[in-house]
Design a protein around this ligand. Structure first.
Ligand code: 2P0
Length: 340
């Protein structure tokens, strides 16, 4: 029997991915950019064992066994990595052996905290280690087919997922923008508003946006190209105020499209909106932009803030929202691996 254990962190989108041009291959309609958190923080941890003696492929998520359907995203990832192993002639482990996969998140699953991103990145990375496949851009095309945002968690630091133009998806890859060391004092403060499973999954929500939102194509054509270019400039220059403005505007625009969807996808709640107000008045009161909120497909807030400003911001958050669970997440780097 062979086994590997790997850890992959979540990534928090700054320019959001929302909408697919191909459902099965998971090809997005627009580029997105995110920051991968440190490996000690919000992570998925996956162990994969392969053995001649296993009868079936099996999967456990947070200790519950899940059925492994032949046409599932999991099987697409398994077959994708096995195809790369064949092509590379790198078969440490026989491809005919069945695998047992056990994965666990150290944070709430499906509450809009990018659990599927960390989960599928970890799955694909672990499979690559198991079969001796190189960790490269091509591997991001496999992670993408588990969950779109997962391709960005294969790298640390700031990462861009290029939508690509080809029908087969071979150019829809994630690439690093800058490494984690480039902006080491960038932190994320996570305000957990609600850790329940979300009502409308991202996959369903974006399908509905694609067929009903009248704003979504305008975003793709007129907003995202300039926004991603400006965001990369702000990151390269470590220009926090410009970074913050783009981050908050893109979060707001994503939720505007979610609301423009019919029936609407309502991910933020009253507490989320109170956090938006709080961040704007906090920045106004101190006369400088020191905090930037972003919300994914859920009510929880991620607030980008530089390390030197974390304590002051956290004190203000705790004064205004005294009962909220808050967690300061240090921004470090990508994936750490232990192989046994
Ligand atoms: C993102 N989200 O860029 C955006 C922002 C949610 C809001 O990627 O269908 O779980 O598996 O590709 O990756 C959530 O979508 O959806 C997501 P699928 P995924 O992070």
């Amino acid at each position: 029997m062979f086994s590997v254990t790997c850890i992959a962190p979540v990534n928090i989108a700054i320019v959001k991915y929302w909408g697919k041009r191909h459902e099965e291959l998971i090809l997005p309609i627009n580029d997105s950019i995110s920051m991968t958190l440190g490996t000690n923080e919000l992570c998925a941890k996956t162990t994969i064992a392969a053995s001649e003696g296993f009868q079936h492929n099996r999967m456990w998520l947070n200790d519950d066994e899940l059925p492994v359907e032949e046409d599932s995203r999991l099987m697409r990832c398994l077959k994708g990595v096995q195809r790369l192993a064949l092509a590379n002639g790198s078969q440490k482990v026989s491809l005919s052996w069945k695998v047992h996969i056990a994965s666990r998140n150290n944070f709430p699953t499906a509450a809009g905290l990018a659990s599927s991103a960390a989960g599928y990145a970890c799955l694909v990375y672990s499979l690559a280690r198991l079969y001796g496949v190189p960790i490269n851009e091509e591997l991001t095309t496999i992670a993408r087919q588990g969950s779109g945002s997962a391709c960005r968690s294969l790298y640390g630091g700031f990462v861009q997922w290029h939508s690509g133009a080809l029908d087969d998806g071979s150019d829809s890859v994630a690439k690093p923008v800058v490494s984690a060391q480039h902006w080491p004092n960038m932190h994320v403060l996570i305000l957990v508003v609600n850790d329940e499973r979300k009502k409308t999954s991202s996959t369903k929500g974006m399908q509905r946006s694609m067929t009903t939102s009248q704003l979504i194509q305008h975003r793709v054509d007129k907003i995202v190209p300039e926004r991603t270019a400006n965001l990369k400039k702000a990151i390269e220059a470590r220009d926090f105020p410009s970074f913050a403005e783009i981050t908050m505007k893109d979060s707001n625009q994503f939720h505007a499209i979610a609301l423009d969807t019919y029936p609407p996808c309502v991910y933020m709640n009253d507490v989320s909106h109170a956090i938006v107000d709080f961040v704007h008045s906090y920045n106004e009161t101190i006369g400088e932009v020191q905090a930037a909120y972003t919300f994914d497909a859920g009510p929880n807030a991620c607030i980008y803030v530089l390390k030197e400003n974390v304590a002051k911001l956290l004190a203000a958050v705790q004064k205004v929202f005294p009962n909220d669970a808050t967690e300061s997440v240090e921004y470090l780097r990508g994936i750490s691996v232990s192989a046994t």
